[in-house]
Design a protein around this ligand. Structure first.
Ligand code: SAH
Ligand code: SF4
Length: 374
């Protein structure tokens, strides 16, 4: 079967070229054609020998994802829905800002973690994306946008990547790491480690591996100051409780490109948004001694969750309490609201194979007592 070259980082492509009897510098040329110029057709690659182009045409493809739809929001946010086969679709979102262009990428069709407040989680897990499918989201967005935006020579449309789309990236580790390497490679997208963020619900052993293999910026979805509450909101907490997660964060900082961890915290009305929760968070991160920033995300409601967004004033008060304790805190702006492009609304059209939502309905929401185990 022909290899999809989007599946390879530069090392992988060099090994592939070696199997074809080609030198390493050919792999670099090819890699640049694919990722820097957005080429799909080997015939275009004018500086490669005809004999190599013919060889490639027989042994390889550059297979992008199939676009189901594209929506552009009034604020410039763009959302693509890609078909990944078997009735599954994943979403990718581009968020333009004055000083950067951020692409939010999916890592799985569905997600097995099953967080209570997440629409992807409610669908259950369908499958891991391949490296090629993760990279193809960036490939498509960068080269589509580059044609549309008026960019100077050498300018890129996408300056930042966040692995915050559908899925838990650290539960698809083998495909994730080569994809990150393509993003970082100077012959690929040339993004700095500080501008590539992996967001995780807290897969502790994989946080340690990422530190060793490919340390990029880390965001951790915390959402609760105690195990009792986090067990309920983020079921993975039962396996990797808060104290272990914070220890892993601390270890990660030894190799991280930034000197803090970003904690994401989804603001859920009456669930995790009181002054006591804020104070418990301050105690928690102080005790654990983890340099951090908080990013409060106003919950994006969907009917099956049975949850509501915290009122604006409560979010502001919560942020103030953290800030008064010396923790840098931002409240995420909701972008692309008119096209359902915000966090947790990236539902795609994944088939619900696990009936996760039915299982979850039987688990009662635990009332909040912040000071407990963690
Ligand atoms: N699985 C990873 C990355 C994808 S989710 C993780 O959980 O970190 C990206 C972010 O969106 C996470 O912080 C997640 O908690 C948040 N999120 C999920 N559903 C949401 C919703 N309905 N409203 C607001 N934020 C949500
Ligand atoms: Fe999965 Fe992240 Fe959604 Fe939790 S918040 S279900 S880990 S995608």
């Amino acid at each position: 079967m022909a290899a999809n070259l989007l599946d390879f980082d530069l090392e992988g492509l060099a090994a592939f070229c070696d199997r074809l009897g080609e030198k390493r510098f050919r792999a670099t040329q090819l890699f640049r054609w694919i990722h820097q110029k957005g080429a799909r057709d080997f015939a275009q690659m004018s500086d490669l020998a005809r004999s190599l182009r013919d060889k490639l045409a027989g042994a390889a493809t550059i297979t992008p994802l199939v676009v189901v739809s594209e929506h552009m929001s009034a604020d410039g946010t763009v959302k693509w829905l890609f078909d990944v086969g078997g009735g599954n679709a994943v979403e990718t979102v581009f968020i333009p800002e004055a000083d950067r262009g951020t692409l939010c990428i999916s890592s799985q069709a569905g997600c097995a973690v099953g967080c209570r407040f997440c629409s992807t989680g409610h669908q259950g897990f369908s499958r891991n994306l391949t490296t090629g499918e993760i990279v193809a989201q960036l490939w498509h967005a960068e080269h589509t946008l580059r044609q549309r935006l008026v960019l100077g020579a050498g300018e890129r449309a996408i300056s930042n990547v966040v692995m915050m789309g559908m899925g838990e990236p650290l539960q698809n580790y083998a495909a994730l790491v080569p994809a990150l390497r393509v993003m970082l490679d100077d012959h690929g997208y040339g993004l700095s480690r500080r501008r590539v963020t992996v967001s995780t619900s807290g897969v502790v052993p994989m946080i340690d591996r990422l530190r060793e293999d490919c340390p990029v910026a880390l965001a951790v979805s915390l959402h609760a100051p105690t195990d009792a509450l986090r067990d309920d909101l983020v079921p993975l907490n039962r396996k990797y409780p808060v104290a272990e997660l914070l220890d892993a964060c601390k270890r990660y900082l030894a190799a991280a490109p930034r000197d803090f961890i970003t904690f994401e915290y989804c603001m859920l009305d009456g669930v995790n948004d009181s002054a006591e929760h804020a104070d418990a968070l301050v105690q928690l991160v102080r005790r654990a001694d983890v340099p951090c920033k908080f990013n409060l995300i106003p919950f994006n409601p969907f009917p099956e969750s049975g949850l509501l967004r915290s009122p604006r004033e409560r979010i502001a008060t919560f942020a103030e309490r953290l800030q008064d304790a010396g923790i840098v805190t931002t409240v995420r702006k909701t972008r692309g609201d008119d096209i359902d492009a915000a966090c947790g609304q990236l539902a795609g059209e994944v088939q619900d194979r696990t009936r996760a939502h039915e299982r979850r309905r039987r688990i009662p929401l635990i009332p909040v007592q912040p000071a407990a185990r963690a």
